[in-house]
Ligand binder design. Structure first.
Ligand code: NDP
Length: 499
């Protein structure tokens, strides 16, 4: 089986990583049926790092059969929750033992700073696996009081085979957020990583075996969205799709599910999240959180606080401090110790973001800072702040998914709420004020699945996450996510009612 070895000799990490580049089906790496490959590109310089196998519908079919067989014969409720939890904990331990190597692979493949990959992505992935390991033996039904001749109770049974379609912005973290609850609840899984960022998912496969998961319980099939992803959402033996990505692809998946076996679908989609800043804020802290809100992960976050509403009384002071902060963010080599922002993921995303910057200028917004490419190779873009933004501009309405903030001045609380809700999305929002009554009032008034008060992009594994409106369906994280990975069965036991 082909593999890829990379020697890291960087200021942040030195070491070697070897990754098998096939498809991981039924507990081992195999070649794809159609023998296709996908080039994996380094976003720092646009050069090819390696090629990995490209799975197609034929491979998805093999994986789905393997997963179903495993689910029926050696997984699901045949394996008690306590054992499923033990395996998830072991997987977390193995990942933790190799966390630096995984972080280096993620930094190489995605272009995010090594420090961020290690302290954010890897720590979050490990913690998510442990969190759901803890749930595996606590998924319980209820007994329901009816009458003296009836015992009624509920069971939360696994759904069966889950297809997990993972995006490129947080490859291993999103994978963990999906396989954690799926496996804890007793489902078998087929993971389809993003074609752009397959390396950490592939490196994880040997750890599944070492952690003790039976063959076929977790499969990883790389491939293009339009082939492998589409085949996964069509497959009649797949009972559920959990997807994170664009609203456009989410729509396609839902349509496909409705035309095939009505598989369950949870969708975590786009956003255009507002940050609302009132006159009375702690300016220094607000600037830091708002910057983290929009510039974290190079702006490639579904929760990015890309519309920043600032009350007139603090507007000038905020803009000055925010500009100084954004200008201080170091853009560059992901393995340099002081880098905050690496490149965007791909040429396509680079061009899309630069297209939005161009449209902002054409529609009359002002580039306050940034607005240009950073350097002359790879996909780097300067942290960008637009002022003089109007509600109908594309940069205010559409998800840019890059380091681009639109600042809008407002006068009253009512006006801020109305503008914040003027979007098809409803993933997240943040409110900054020292007035607790107003903070809660505004947080409750904005149509979003997450409302942060005096912070942004500050999530917890135990707290549900997902969208209102066109930002998605269902919830990830917390106990709530488990609802989407189980089927609820009601059992009626007749204890003496004679006909
Ligand atoms: P996509 O939604 O196309 O990709 C996300 C995942 O879906 C990838 O694994 C992709 O595979 C897969 N996919 C694509 N088409 C299909 C399909 N027909 N059926 C099943 N799976 C499919 O996002 P893009 O990468 O094209 O990015 C475009 C925009 O999407 C971004 O600018 C951003 O706005 C948004 N996005 C949002 C994310 C979020 O966190 N909510 C994450 C990523 C993107 P493949 O990579 O092989 O095409």
């Amino acid at each position: 089986m082909s593999s890829f070895t990379y020697q890291f000799d960087t200021p942040s990490y030195k070491g070697t990583s070897t990754v098998s580049t096939g498809l991981f089906i039924n507990g081992k790496f195999v070649e794809p049926v159609e023998k296709g490959t996908i080039e994996v590109v380094n976003p720092v310089n646009g050069k090819v790092i390696t090629s990995v196998a490209a799975g197609t519908a034929a491979d998805i079919d093999i994986a789905a059969r393997a997963a179903r067989k495993a689910y029926k014969e050696r997984w699901g409720l045949k394996v008690p929750g306590v054992q499923r939890g033990r395996m998830l904990n072991k997987l977390a331990d193995l990942l933790e033992a190799n966390a630096d190597e995984f972080a280096a692979l993620e930094a190489l493949d995605v272009g995010k700073a090594f420090r961020v990959a290690r302290n954010g992505d890897m720590s979050g992935s490990i913690a998510a696996l442990r969190y759901y390991a803890g749930w595996a033996d606590k998924i319980q039904g209820k007994t329901i009081e009816t009458n003296a001749k009836k015992l009624a109770y509920t069971r939360h049974e696994p759904v069966g085979v889950v297809g997990a379609i993972v995006p490129w912005n947080f490859p291993l973290t999103m994978l963990s957020f999906k396989i954690g609850p799926a496996l804890a609840a007793g489902n078998a899984v087929i993971v389809k990583p993003s074609e752009l960022t397959p390396l950490t998912a592939l490196r994880l496969c040997p750890l599944f075996v070492e952690a003790g998961f039976p063959d076929g319980v977790i499969n990883v099939v790389n491939g293009y969205g339009s082939t492998a992803g589409q085949a996964l959402s069509e497959h009649m033996a797949v009972d559920k799709i959990t997807f994170t990505g664009s609203t456009l692809t989410g729509r396609k998946i839902m349509e496909t599910a409705s035309k095939t076996n009505l598989k369950k679908v949870t969708l975590e989609l786009g956003g255009k999240s507002p940050s609302v800043i009132f006159d009375d804020v702690d300016l220094e802290q607000t600037v830091k959180w708002v910057s983290h809100g929009i510039f974290m992960n190079h702006g490639q976050a579904c929760t990015a606080g890309s519309r920043i509403f600032v009350q007139a009384g603090i507007y000038d002071r905020f803009l000055k401090a925010f500009t100084e902060h954004a200008s201080s963010l170091k853009v560059g080599d992901p393995f340099a110790r002081d880098t905050y922002q690496g490149p965007q993921i791909s040429q396509t995303q680079f061009e899309r973001i630069m297209g939005y910057i161009k449209s902002g200028k054409e529609e009359g917004a002002t580039v306050h800072i940034g607005g240009e490419r950073h350097g002359n190779e790879g996909y780097f873009i300067q942290p960008t702040i637009f002022t003089e933004c109007k509600p109908n501009m594309k940069i205010v309405q559409e998800e840019i998914f890059g380091p681009v903030a639109a600042i809008i001045k407002f006068a009253t609380e009512e006006e801020a709420i109305e503008q914040a809700n003027n979007t098809v999305y409803g993933l997240a929002c943040s409110v900054f004020t020292r007035d607790i009554d107003r903070a809660i009032r505004v947080a409750h008034s904005i149509e979003a699945g997450t409302a942060w008060i005096n912070c942004h992009n500050s999530s917890e594994l135990s707290v549900p996450f997902g969208g209102f409106k066109q930002s998605g369906i269902g919830r990830e994280l917390g106990e709530y996510a488990l609802e989407h990975y189980t089927n609820l069965k009601a059992v009626h036991v007749n204890i003496g009612h004679r006909l």
